[in-house]
Design a protein around this ligand. Structure first.
Ligand SMILES: *Cc1c(COP(=O)(O)O)cnc(C)c1O
Length: 398
């Protein structure tokens, strides 16, 4: 029953068309234009299963295929992506590619859950973590080569070359921009794999595989699904062996996605280009207005010409993303007060949904202490920009 998904792929379309057209069922009379949700834990079959047979719902599901095809097309991956039950499940599968006793180089401002999981693996003795400032290319290159740089959490392995480079760009929540192509070359020279968490950018803004990454990762929970109503993750790669190992990890560790959630993610993906266009434009406008606001000590946004990541962002990104951070004058309390007094912005963690969210990151006990106490992360949604501004500026004026 080795049935190819038979999904529409017209090639050479713009990404803003691909989000709408990819993963459609075949054009047949009376066939649906949207893929159906298939609720079946098992699939008909006799004899020895051939590669690609569905067999059982922990290995594959027809509702995953359209989303996996669409995401791989957007990321420019040669093979279908792999959807997971959460972004962290995808992080866990990707970290399984670090060999036992190996070395992982990771941004000090990676997503909190990724840092915590890597630290746990290090504490269990599975591998060593070297944390770096991912925007400091020379420091990362040195950490990859194994000369004495970065901080080793664990044994004194400072002289061995690394096995994996983890990239986030822009980082969460400091919005540092990594020089992805240069870092990927340095990692490969050192014999390390490159995993890029592309959650903040989405493939419409950054395409890490084209810049040399081996595996691209998403918390689908965020922009791809886009409506704050599912938890999902995904990985994409063009390397057959890596994909086989990641698929094997998903099947054996069992972190599989429910068909309904994946169907919702594909539905959300259809409007990704419009959502990003709108939220990026608003983020840029808000960043400009917040710069120099008397209640704001600093604005972090790679789209501001004075931002440390600006030049790199111009080269490597298509736009500057829809997240910005501000440091509020008056410290943690003043920042909390802003989050408490907005009426339209929602005070909540997470990001990438249609609704605008605001959060003081350090309220989370696991957040690195290098993140300022008074930093608010703003995930800009698709509401009217002036409504967002007037709500935020009234809260800042209090
Ligand atoms: C949210 C997030 C994750 C984790 O994803 P979940 O879907 O919450 O498990 C990983 N990386 C980044 C950058 C994120 O923002």
């Amino acid at each position: 029953m080795s049935q190819a998904p038979n999904l529409h792929s017209a090639g050479n379309l713009s990404p803003d068309t691909v989000v709408v057209s990819a993963g459609r069922p075949p054009r047949e009379p009376d066939a649906p234009v949207n893929p159906p949700i298939v609720l079946s834990s098992t699939f008909h079959g006799t004899g020895t299963p051939a590669p690609g047979d569905r067999v059982y719902g922990r290995f594959s599901n027809p509702t995953w295929d359209p989303f996996e095809t669409a995401l791989s097309e957007l990321e420019g991956a040669a093979l279908p992506a792999l959807v997971f039950s959460s972004g962290l499940a995808a992080v866990s599968a990707a970290l399984s590619l670090v060999p036992a006793g190996g070395i992982l180089v990771m941004p000090q401002h990676s997503y909190q859950g990724s840092l915590l999981l890597a630290a746990e693996e290090a504490a269990n003795g599975r591998f060593t973590v070297r944390t770096v400032d991912i925007a400091d290319t020379e420091q990362v290159q040195a950490a990859l080569r194994g000369s004495d740089a970065g901080s080793d959490a664990g044994s004194g392995d400072g002289t061995r070359p690394a096995d994996m480079l983890w990239i986030e760009s822009p980082t969460n929540p400091m919005l540092e921009v990594a020089e992805i192509d240069v870092l990927a070359r340095a990692a490969h020279d050192a014999g390390a794999l490159v995993v890029a968490d592309n959650t903040f950018s989405t493939p419409l803004v950054t395409r890490p595989l084209e810049l040399g990454a081996d595996v691209v990762l998403h918390s689908v929970t965020k922009y791809l699904a886009g409506h704050s109503d599912v938890i999902l993750g995904a990985l994409a790669t063009s390397d057959e062996d890596l994909r086989r190992r990641l698929h094997n990890h998903r099947s054996l560790h069992g972190a599989i996605a429910g068909p309904f959630e994946v169907w919702l993610a594909l539905r959300g993906l259809r409007t990704l280009a419009l959502r990003i266009e709108r939220s990026q434009a608003t983020a840029g406008l808000l960043a400009d207005r917040l710069l120099g606001h008397p209640a704001v000590e600093a604005v972090r946004y790679p789209g501001l010409p004075g931002d440390a990541g600006y030049e790199r962002a111009v080269k490597q990104m298509n736009g500057f993303g829809s997240i910005l951070c501000i440091e509020v004058a008056g410290g943690a309390e003043a920042a909390e007060a802003v989050a408490a007094h907005v009426r339209l912005w929602l005070p909540a963690t997470s990001l990438g949904g249609v609704e605008s969210l605001i959060e003081r990151r350090r309220r989370q006990p696991g957040e690195p202490h290098s993140v300022p106490e008074n930093l608010l992360r703003l995930s800009v949604g698709i509401e009217n920009a002036e409504d967002l501004w007037s709500d935020l500026s009234s809260a800042l004026a209090r």
